[in-house]
Design a protein around this ligand. Structure first.
Ligand code: THU
Length: 133
C-alpha cells in the first residue's frame, strides 16, 4: 500500500460513518446518512446529510465529508464509506459520485444499518465519466 489505508480497515471506516449518522439533520426525509472519508495521511473526516426546506439545497453526507476535508487543506483520499439507517446498502447519488470523481477517491464503501458493507471502485460507480480519473 502506498498510503496509510492499512492503518484503518474498511470495517472501522463503516463504523465511523454509522456513528456520525446520528448528527444528520433530516426533518424532511427522516433518513439519517453518515459518511467517513479516509485521507491518504490516515486522518478521517465524517459528514452527514444536512437537509433544507428548499429541498435542492440539501447536502448529502458524502459531500459534507469531502467539503470538510478539502476546507481543511486535504486533497488526497483513499476511500469513503457511506452508511444510512436503511436495511439495504446505500449508494451515493449522481452528484456525490461526480464530487467523489473530482477528488479521485478510488474506493467507495457502501454499508447498511447493521454494518455489512461492500467495496466498489470509483470506475464501477461512475463509468464513462466526463473527466478522467
Ligand atoms: N442522501 C445522502 O446523504 N447520501 C446518499 O448517498 C443518498 C442520499 C441523503 C439526501 C437526503 O437528505 C436523504 O438522503 C434522502 O434522499
Amino acid at each position: 500500500m502506498n498510503d496509510k489505508r492499512t492503518q484503518m480497515d474498511y470495517k472501522q471506516l463503516v463504523d465511523l460513518a454509522g456513528k456520525a449518522r446520528k448528527f444528520a439533520y433530516v426533518p424532511y426525509s427522516g433518513l439519517h446518512v453518515g459518511a467517513a472519508l479516509l485521507c491518504s495521511d490516515g486522518s478521517v473526516y465524517t459528514g452527514v446529510n444536512v437537509e433544507n426546506v428548499s429541498y435542492g439545497a440539501t447536502n448529502c453526507a458524502e459531500r459534507t465529508a469531502v467539503f470538510k476535508a478539502v476546507s481543511d487543506g486535504k486533497r488526497d483520499f483513499s476511500a469513503i464509506a457511506v452508511v444510512s439507517d436503511m436495511d439495504d446498502l446505500i449508494y451515493p447519488c449522481g452528484i456525490c459520485r461526480q464530487v467523489i470523481a473530482e477528488f479521485k477517491i478510488p474506493e467507495i464503501v457502501v454499508g447498511d444499518r447493521k454494518g455489512s458493507y461492500r467495496v466498489h471502485k470509483l470506475k464501477e460507480l461512475l463509468p464513462h465519466a466526463f473527466t478522467e480519473f
